[in-house]
Structures are given as structure tokens and as C-alpha cells.
Design a protein around this ligand. Sequence first.
Ligand code: FES
Length: 85
Amino acid sequence: MSQTLTGEIVICMGSSCFSRGNKHSLELIKNYLKERGLEDTFRFRGAHCFGDCELGPVLIIDGIRYTKVQSDNITELLDNHFANH
Ligand code: FES
């Protein structure tokens, strides 16, 4: 993975998304970035409710909104995002 990659991941920490999977996804994303040495090239932060609870859990990567995010395929989602953007 390129070390020139820069971007931002914003995970919804609103109660609906948090309780439906983002609590677990938060840890998985942290580990994903750490394992790939991307902690310093990617900003990863939590945010309050995006107002899309019915489509949650919600995750935004580089401005692209992912909905109904499942923690059990978060690695695949991140791999696909980085491969295609
Ligand atoms: S709690 Fe995530 S969009 Fe509302």
C-alpha cells in the first residue's frame, strides 16, 4: 500500500450506528490502519449522528458515504475502497 495515501475516515458514533455495529468496526478500522502502517497518513475520527440512522451503520471514507456497514466485512470494504479510489 502506498505511503503517499492520505485521506480521512469518519465513523458515525451516534447511538444507533454505534450499537448496531460501529462499536466493533471502530476497533477493526483502527487495527486495519495500524497493521498497514497507515495511522499517520490517514485521519480517523468519530462523529455524531449523520442523520442517516435508517441507513446505518454509516462510515465515510474520503467523502464517500458507506451505509449498512457490517463489521464482519469491514476489511473487505476498506480494501475495495482503497483499490478503487
Ligand atoms: S446514529 Fe449514525 S446516522 Fe444516526
